[in-house]
Write a protein of this length. Sequence first.
Length: 156
Amino acid sequence: MNIYLGFLTAIATFIAMEFVAWSAHKYVMHGFFWNLHEDHHVIGEEHFFEKNDSFFLIFAIPSWLCIMFGVMHGGDFKMWIGIGIAAYGLCYFLVHDIFIHQRFKIFTRTDNAYLRAIRKAHKVHHKRQGKEDGECFGMLFVPMKYFKEAQMSQKK
């Protein structure tokens, strides 16, 4: 596969993963796998590892399989799809676990409106501790109202 087409495939997969993650979060994590995700919504009982972390495998295994089978077939499109999934997983770790939930105390402050909007949307998501009535299930695509709010507070 042409490297440029492969790179575009990885980027398209990365973007598609936001919709996959949104759907998985809303319908799987807040659905039939709530028992694994629930500890992520409990305030005051934060642990370094949560049952929720097992969802890492749900995304890591297909990524690994796509990369492995893609490499076995000469670096075909499957490899690039796996790379896109892995890149999204890395971004998820950096944004969700490090930036938002501060599992490692770096990137604690920002004046960037987009990053503040991400943090605000996630905070709104965690406002509801139950399985139902959630909102803001995505990670990178922020509802415009939070982006505008972050921009307005930045101007003050």
